[in-house]
Design a protein around this ligand. Structure first.
Ligand code: ADP
Length: 258
């Protein structure tokens, strides 16, 4: 609580009473703490690849290693620069989604096409891990009034995660169907699964079940929070069913009528 006390002046400047105002600032404080934590996380996430890039550049300049070592250092530098780029792009997407001033145009979107495009885009990534990536789609679906780019981002993030967190030779399946005025999208994998205690937190910014693993796989820790914003923007809902060591299923429900 924040307490503000003010005297009530009577005639001849004598104090005749006191007014005390108690304001519950729990929410304000919580928001302030979340903001501080976010800024701390962003700084840390930006600093780590930058420190590594600087370290490798210094070594290259100081020791003039042979060609092979030079190439391997340069490829690490490229990877770290790519990480910085992904992080900045995700931060910009998140900030655009969070700013309510940004007008997001909606049109009639064919989700069958969005899913097929996603499967095509991520096909090579799945093939490299011998993962079977498939779509289970009806012949037609009602069009969804939505932002096309955001729907693409939603599907790409979900399928990309499913591939990332599924070991070689697994299976990833995207499904879509309509039911009771809703469009349902599902992405199911036979991957690592998510521990029950982490499930309520995975949509938080920078929350990762295994930081080192996510980092190694190129994750920014922002993919699911971007998804959550996109779904809110479309008055939808997302849920997860997961079993550790067996796999996960992300289910998105989007209203067909607004
Ligand atoms: P990241 O860039 O780390 O993948 P996300 O916000 O997309 O960040 O996801 C947050 C965390 O949720 C991941 O680090 C991972 O631990 C977990 N996660 C997301 N999708 C899956 C999945 N399909 N299978 C297992 N874990 C997942």
């Amino acid at each position: 609580f924040r307490v503000q006390i003010a005297p009530i002046e009577g005639i001849k400047e004598s104090t005749v009473g006191v007014v005390a105002v108690l304001r519950d600032i729990t929410d304000i404080r919580r928001l302030e703490e979340m903001r501080k934590e976010f800024v701390g996380n962003v700084s840390h996430e930006l600093k780590t690849p930058l420190t590594s890039i600087k370290g490798y550049v210094e070594t290259l300049l100081d020791s003039e290693p042979d060609k092979q070592v030079t190439r391997s250092f340069l490829s690490i530098i490229r990877e770290e620069a790519n990480r910085l780029q992904r992080l900045i792009e995700d931060l910009l997407s998140l900030s655009r989604l969070e700013s309510k001033f940004e007008y997001s145009s909606k049109e009639q979107v064919d989700m069958i096409k969005v899913i097929n495009d996603t499967i095509f885009l991520l096909g090579e990534k799945a093939r490299r891990k011998s993962i079977i990536l498939e779509a289970d789609l009806p012949v037609s679906l009602p069009l969804l009034k939505a932002n096309r780019d955001q729907m693409s981002r939603l599907m790409i993030n979900l399928v990309d995660n499913a591939i990332k967190y599924t070991p070689d030779a697994g299976r990833v399946k995207a499904r879509a169907y309509n039911e009771d005025e809703k469009l349902i999208l599902e992405v199911e994998d036979t991957g690592l699964g998510i521990p029950e205690k982490d499930l309520p937190r995975i949509f938080e910014r920078f929350y990762r079940v295994d930081k080192a693993r996510s980092r190694k796989l190129g994750g920014t820790g922002l993919g699911l929070s971007i998804i959550k914003h996109i779904i809110e923007e479309h008055q939808g809902e997302i849920s997860v069913e997961s079993k550790l060591g067996e796999g996960s299923k992300f289910i998105v429900e989007l209203p067909l009528k607004d």
